[in-house]
Design a protein around this ligand. Structure first.
Ligand code: PLP
Length: 448
């Protein structure tokens, strides 16, 4: 049941097919280069694109813009303590700002960093410190059809193999990303977090949770992990996050705001180091690159994010889109994750080899067909890995309605119908940062 009603609306338009064709060509067949006005249903990301509640808008007006000692910062600290169980907070302008602050404080040249799956900015920040990011997903993570409850888990077996190989002294940091965005938004069990915390302790590494979608993850735990069948989502979140030495957070996800992030830790020495780096890169530690009003809105958003009614609606909407796509015969990654449905472009575009970027061909086709913007997470975004060719349709929080999702399904079904006649793509202008090439590289359709 939808747990909100609209108070403010924004008009959206479906441009003509001719305009969409032209816009795609002008964008170098990279939908990050499209003007948002040319997009009808925007499922590029769930990051900072959701609708705030009236309580958040009210908090925004009352935001304290003081450079130092802002009351809004006190509100944020109290919310982080209450919802995430950690008392020291360093605000940053968004998640990658928090990554820069935290990873810059604990990672050095030649280190190896383990993660269930590095998100692209995480991978880039680790590499930027001269360290090597190594993914340790479970075997089912990249199997679009395996029917398992926690395909986002961290493989301890893989982690042990890396540590045996490189030596524990080279692994100062172990990160668990919940939910696992780069593995189709799959959840992570509390048992897995507990085991990983013990492993990090054993090798004397700092254990960080990337908590962007901690509330969605806790909602999955309540539904799928027997030990927590009768637990409140808010209590599950507190327990899971409680195993970490530090949290890195993009507030643009489960902070339910359009901007902001933070590092949180109970480790006083680490807190001090993060504060110093934050002053250098983000701002004074009581605003850290955010406006006071955004800090205030995030304090409210964090509390709303763990409300059961909100989370039920959130997970239901994603599941509904997944079910409608399956009913229309569109191959998808199953089970659906927390914030997005991932289309299995490798199956839909089986006539295209990875080097012709089947996922990106599908992203372009979805836009051309119905003005729907998704994002490729396959061989274009992750060169030199053997991941499945996926297209992510991320759902902004509290934003679209079932009718919008129906349009997305009709569009995907039409693309499926004509998939064999759609050509692959080649890169004609690459990015200077290989880990981030899908944001800016330009492509052209291959002539058949
Ligand atoms: C798991 C994960 N970590 C970090 C980030 C980076 O956050 P931001 O976009 O706020 O910089 C994201 C953003 O999508 C993410 O999904």
């Amino acid at each position: 049941m939808v747990a909100y009603k609209s108070k403010v609306v924004e008009q959206i338009n479906l441009p003509s097919r001719e305009r969409r064709e032209q816009a795609l060509e002008d964008a170098g067949y990279n939908v990050f280069n499209l003007a948002a006005e040319a997009v009808f249903i925007d499922l590029l990301t769930d990051s900072g694109t959701g609708a705030m509640s009236d309580a958040q808008w009210a908090a925004l007006v009352r935001g304290d813009e003081s450079y130092a000692g802002s009351r809004s910062f006190d509100d944020l600290e109290a919310a982080v303590e209450e919802v995430m169980g950690v008392s020291n907070v360093v605000p940053t302008h968004q998640g990658r700002g928090a990554e820069n602050v935290l990873y810059g404080a604990v990672v050095s040249d030649g280190d190896v960093v383990l993660n269930n799956t590095h998100f692209d900015t995480t991978r880039a920040h680790v590499a930027n410190q001269g360290a090597e990011p190594v993914d340790c997903p479970v075997a089912s993570a990249h199997d679009p059809t395996a029917d398992e409850p926690f395909k986002g888990n961290f493989s301890l077996e893989a982690a042990r193999a890396v540590v045996d190989d490189v030596g524990a002294e080279r692994v100062p940091l172990v990160v668990q990303t919940i939910t696992n965005n780069s593995a189709a938004g799959q959840p992570v069990s509390v048992e897995n977090t507990r085991d990983l915390a013990a492993f990090a302790d054993e090798i004397d590494a700092t254990f960080v949770i990337d908590a962007c979608r901690f509330a969605e993850n806790a909602a999955f735990v309540a539904r799928r992990e027997a030990e927590f069948a009768d637990a409140e989502v808010a209590d599950i979140a507190l327990e899971q996050l409680g195993y970490a030495d530090a949290l890195v957070m993009s507030g643009k996800k489960d902070g339910l705001v359009n901007a902001g992030g933070f590092v949180a830790t109970d480790d006083e020495a680490l807190f001090e180091r993060c504060k110093q780096r934050a002053i250098l890169y983000e701002g004074f530690p009581t605003y850290g690159g955010m406006a006071g009003r955004d800090v205030a809105a995030m304090a409210v958003g964090l509390r709303e994010a763990v409300e059961e009614a909100y989370l039920t609606d959130r997970l239901e909407q994603v599941r509904r889109l997944a079910t409608m796509l399956e009913d229309a015969g569109v191959p998808i990654y199953t089970p659906a994750g927390g914030h997005a449905v991932y289309l299995d472009a490798g199956t839909t575009f089986s006539h295209l080899p990875p080097e012709a970027f089947p996922g990106q061909a599908m992203v372009c086709a979805l836009y051309r067909e119905g003005g729907v913007r998704g994002v490729e997470l396959g061989s274009f975004a992750f060169p030199d890995t053997d991941r499945p060719e996926l297209v992510r349709l991320a759902i902004p929080r509290r934003t679209y309605h079932t009718e919008h999702l129906e349009h997305v399904v009709e569009t995907a079904a039409a693309v499926l119908e004509e998939s064999e006649s759609i050509p692959g793509l080649e890169i004609v202008s690459d990015s200077a940062v290989p880990e981030l090439r899908h944001f800016t590289a330009e492509l052209e359709p291959l002539s058949s």
